[in-house]
Design a protein around this ligand. Structure first.
Ligand SMILES: [Zn+2]
Ligand SMILES: [Zn+2]
Length: 321
């Protein structure tokens, strides 16, 4: 069993290198990757250092497989299923389970193993986060060469942070250009997406930070400015997520009022940034009053006044009739 002998080899490598900790970890991590069958293309390893098994590890040791003590190499039959002392050398055999496989380690190798396992977890998270930021950066129009450079960089927390910065800078630039040219739809999309990304990054904790709410509201305001080109009023299309969002559904509000004191995102919405949106008021007024009465909530009584006002202000005035 080649891979069992590797356990002793790793411990040996560690002992030899002693206090040269950085180097110890590099070698041991490369070793553990192979021990665990976790070969990653981005990790380059000196072939000299590879003490790895050529065969992938068995999912679980079969009854006839001889497991050896990583300290002294004596065969252990049956293999230990938990950490215990070797019956021969009396030194500790540490049993760890990783992705359904049992691994037998010397006490000296455990710390390296745990560090490697944490590193694996970190790398997976970094890959996910960097991918997300770079995708957002692409949509925000960040230069392709800078995105490519970051995508090819070593996978570290630093490259994740740089990808985030690249996205935020591109979003800022795109939002400023959209505002200048009054491309309100684009502006709304940029800011809402940015708010959603930062909210998610912050763990979607409630309530969202002031900075995130401000970005979201810039997006909402852009939508309202677009609607203001054709009407003084806008209809709130409420999301179905909660009472606060449902209560305002299909209610009509003055755009000027909403720009001054935005009601979105709805306070108390469990999503933090609700997906409620503003639509143009429709002129087919005949059935709207009936629909507007549908959501039964304490707000409805308060909302009657602004809805009633709409007729006087609307372009068609048809709501009055
Ligand atoms: Zn809402
Ligand atoms: Zn809601």
């Amino acid at each position: 069993m080649e891979w069992i002998r590797c356990g002793a080899a790793a411990a040996g490598v560690e002992r030899q290198l002693g206090c040269v900790r950085q180097r110890t970890e590099v070698i041991s991590i490369a070793f553990l990757r192979r021990l665990l069958g976790l070969n990653h293309p981005e990790v380059t390893v000196d072939p000299e250092e590879v003490v790895a098994p050529s065969q992938p590890m068995p999912i679980a040791p079969s009854p006839i497989a001889s497991v050896a003590c990583p300290n002294c190499g004596v065969a252990l039959d049956p293999p230990p299923d938990h950490t215990r002392r070797c019956p021969s050398c009396r030194r500790q055999i540490v049993v760890r389970h990783f992705e359904g496989r049992a691994i037998y380690l010397t006490e000296e190798a455990v710390e390296v193993f745990e560090a490697e396992r944490q590193h694996e977890i970190d790398e997976q998270r970094w890959a996910r986060e960097r991918g997300t930021w770079l995708q957002l950066a692409q949509r925000a129009g960040a230069p392709a060469d800078r995105r490519a450079r970051l995508a090819a960089a070593a996978l570290t927390a630093v490259s994740v942070a740089a990808s985030r910065d690249l996205y935020l800078a591109a979003a800022e630039r795109a939002a400023r250009a959209a505002r200048r040219d009054k491309r309100w739809d684009e502006m709304a999309q940029i800011r809402r997406r940015q708010a959603a990304a930062l909210h998610e990054e912050a763990g979607a904790h409630l309530p969202p930070s002031d900075e995130i709410v401000a970005l979201y509201r810039e997006g909402v305001a852009a939508t309202l400015r677009k609607l203001a080109q054709v009407s003084r009023d806008a209809e709130l299309v409420g999301a179905a997520c909660c009472q606060a969002c449902r209560a305002d559904n299909e209610h009509i509000f003055r755009i000027a009022d909403e720009l001054r004191t935005p009601r979105l995102p709805h306070a108390g919405c469990p999503r933090g940034l609700c997906t409620c949106d503003w639509w143009p008021t429709l002129t087919s007024a005949a059935k709207k009053p009936r629909r507007r009465r549908a959501p039964a909530s304490p707000r409805t009584a308060d909302d009657v006044a602004p809805v009633g006002d709409v007729g006087a202000d609307a372009d068609s005035g048809s709501l009055r009739s």
